[in-house]
Design a protein around this ligand. Structure first.
Ligand SMILES: CC(C)(COP(=O)(O)OP(=O)(O)OC[C@H]1O[C@@H](n2cnc3c(N)ncnc32)[C@H](O)[C@@H]1OP(=O)(O)O)[C@@H](O)C(=O)NCCC(=O)NCCS
Length: 154
């Protein structure tokens, strides 16, 4: 059984870091590995302060996926999700993406996502669950689609 637990301790932030680094290649902004020292600061400055909400999906004791709600300066909330390399293709990506949408909608806000055009899995997930395409963005080395989800698909 998969359970969701908050990233509410340095230990869980470290588990998040390991997962995030396995997913870094798919990120649209920073694809560099996060160090343990940088993650400690991230936990203290962003998570412990409540600026960023994060959860881990656990299968027993094993962290297998994560979701983050990341605000931008313009007030939008962005989804960041990922699945352990060894656990892809089991439906976890879909599950944590939906969980992140629900958490944002519970705040009464739409959720935004920026997804590389070559990220076939996340493109499929977002389009299927009710994210709507807003615009394309191009940055050195990648193109991405910006999606907004105001309501989950039935
Ligand atoms: C993208 C990612 C989250 C998908 O997670 P996952 O657990 O493998 O996805 P799921 O098992 O829930 O699959 C959902 C659907 O996407 C499809 N899919 C998943 N990966 C795919 C891929 N690489 N190519 C094509 N389709 C893919 C699945 O077949 C499934 O479709 P189906 O229900 O029609 O069979 C995962 O590959 C990952 O963590 N990637 C790195 C991080 C990342 O991209 N995060 C999102 C950043 S915006």
């Amino acid at each position: 059984m998969i359970i969701y637990l908050p990233v509410n301790s340095p230990e869980r932030a470290e588990q998040l870091r390991v997962l995030r680094n396995e997913c870094a290649f798919a990120m649209t902004r920073d694809t560099t590995p996060v160090t343990a020292a940088k993650q400690r600061r991230f936990f203290e400055e962003k998570i412990a302060t409540g600026i960023i909400e994060g959860f881990l999906a656990f299968d027993g004791d094993e962290p297998v996926a994560y979701g983050l709600l990341v605000p931008s300066e313009d007030g939008r909330i962005w989804s960041s999700t990922g699945v352990a390399e060894s656990r892809r293709g089991e439906g976890l990506g879909m599950a944590v993406t939906i969980e992140n949408v629900r958490r944002c909608h519970a705040r009464g806000l739409p959720i935004w996502a920026e997804v590389r055009t070559d990220n076939a899995g996340q493109q499929k997930i977002c389009r299927r669950i009710g994210y709507l395409w807003v615009e394309s963005v191009t940055r050195p080395g990648m193109t991405a689609d910006v999606f907004r989800c105001g309501e989950l698909a039935p």
